[in-house]
Design a binder for this molecule. Structure first.
Ligand SMILES: Nc1nc2c(c(=O)[nH]1)N[C@H]1C(S)=C(S)[C@@H](COP(=O)(O)O)O[C@H]1N2
Ligand SMILES: [Mo]
Length: 403
């Protein structure tokens, strides 16, 4: 095997030293914070934050586009609130970590010699998709939480695929840097002499910010971001939600609105006296609004958890979905589709699989926080189910169809 690996790791000839000008000079970047130990520590934290962000993102993706093998339970009711809250919060925390990390390592762009071996060149190239992907994911994710869709591509699909590219590049980067990181942060640091050019020396004396000072600054920035945004989804912190785009308690009936009835083009149809709820199964039936109101109502306390990172608790009253399905003789293992009055749009309907369809907390709600459902919250009836993303909590429901 030697000759083959040798092709990758064998030293390439060095370019002439006369090319070492400007940023390519030795010691062109004198700050003691362009430091391998700082870079390694930031790398560890970024790796953890990106990892959590990626896994929680997968959870959200599979919930919205479930493959046939995927079973997502309806309990605990707030699990998705936690996974999606972590997704948005870890993404936000990556912003200061990534910026400082990039600043710490950017002198490496002018590393000398530019390539030492084929392996070194490949490792350097893998940085391109890593940085581009990471910046893209953070930028589009934040734009999405602010509902700023000024890009031409469809957000969720692009965000999902770029996540795989980024995590793949991150995997390559981790493998390439593992030994260096261990040498920089582990015990017995000095035993790794073969890595000398990448291993941190004791902090050089000087004025300016110390490594320790930088660590405190980055941790504080990350902490401030968490505290001022996590209130979007974390109960008890909402009073501190100063930087989050949403306050979970502001909106009609004390609940934010994602899309209004006018924006969805359903205002007239939702208020029409001709409104009917149709349940399609082996024994289909149709209810007028008065008939629907006369049926037994139940209460559920459940959050709306938007993928954009906000979640808000509310008390709902309405018909149990499973009672309606039983009345239509829909088998217990059937999946149903809940359809809104909307003519089109990505969220006009949603599928409800058995764990959620049969959960006694799942309602077609007509009452929110003690009053008749506001038109913008889905009047006359909307789906509310435990442990489910907001995009699947269909408003203005007029048909439930067995699939
Ligand atoms: N028919 C329909 N239902 C919908 C939507 C929609 O656009 N159309 N938006 C969904 C999204 S993204 C969220 S977060 C929740 C928000 O519910 P709320 O506006 O009552 O807070 O409604 C969901 N139900
Ligand atoms: Mo949403």
């Amino acid at each position: 095997m030697r000759p083959i690996t040798g092709l990758f790791t064998g030293r390439l000839p060095e370019p002439p030293a006369t090319l070492r000008r400007g940023p390519l000079r030795a010691n062109a970047f004198p700050s003691r914070l362009h430091d391998p130990r700082v870079a390694s520590l930031l790398g560890i934290w970024l790796g953890i934050a990106f990892g959590v962000c990626f896994l929680t993102g997968l959870v959200s993706h599979f919930m919205q586009h479930p493959p046939s093998w995927y079973v997502w339970p309806s309990r605990p009711v707030s699990l998705y609130r936690v996974t999606q809250g972590l997704h948005v919060t870890t993404g936000l925390v990556c912003v200061p970590l990534l910026l400082v990390k990039l600043w710490t390592v950017y002198p490496r762009l002018w590393e000398w010699p530019p390539v030492r071996s084929v392996a070194h060149a490949l490792e350097r190239l893998s940085i391109v998709p890593l940085i581009a992907g990471a910046v893209f994911q953070l930028a589009t994710g934040i734009a999405n939480t602010a509902q700023w869709y000024r890009f031409r591509f469809f957000f969720t699909v692009t965000h999902y695929w770029v996540a795989w590219i980024t995590i793949g590049a991150l995997g390559v980067h981790i493998v390439a840097k593992l030994a260096v990181v261990r040498a920089n942060v582990g015990r017995g640091r000095n035993s790794r002499q073969h890595l000398t050019d990448r291993v941190s020396a004791p902090e050089p004396p000087g004025n300016g910010l110390s490594r320790r000072g930088l660590g405190i600054a980055v941790t504080s920035a990350a902490g401030v971001i968490v505290v001022t945004t996590a209130g979007q989804w974390m109960p008890g912190l909402s009073g501190l939600d100063l930087l989050g785009p949403r306050r979970p308690d502001i909106g009609p009936q004390g609940l934010p609105v994602n899309r209004t009835a006018v924006a969805a083009g359903v205002a007239a149809a939702a208020r029409s006296p001709g409104y009917r709820l149709e349940v399609v199964g082996p024994r289909p039936f149709v209810l007028t609004l008065d008939e629907l109101r006369a049926l037994p109502h139940h209460e559920s306390r459940l959050p709306i958890t938007c993928v954009e990172g906000w979640a808000a608790d509310a008390t709902w009253r309405g018909l149990r979905l499973r009672d309606l399905l039983d009345a239509a003789d829909v088998p217990v293992d059937a999946t149903v589709r809940v359809e809104s009055l909307e003519a089109g749009g990505a969220y006009r309907s949603s599928e409800v699989r058995p764990p959620h369809a049969r959960d006694p907390l799942t309602l077609l709600a007509t009452v929110l926080n003690g009053a008749e459902l506001d038109i913008d919250h889905g009047y006359p009836a909307r789906l509310i189910a435990p442990n489910r993303p907001g995009v699947l909590q269909t408003k203005w429901v007029h048909r439930v169809v067995m699939l």
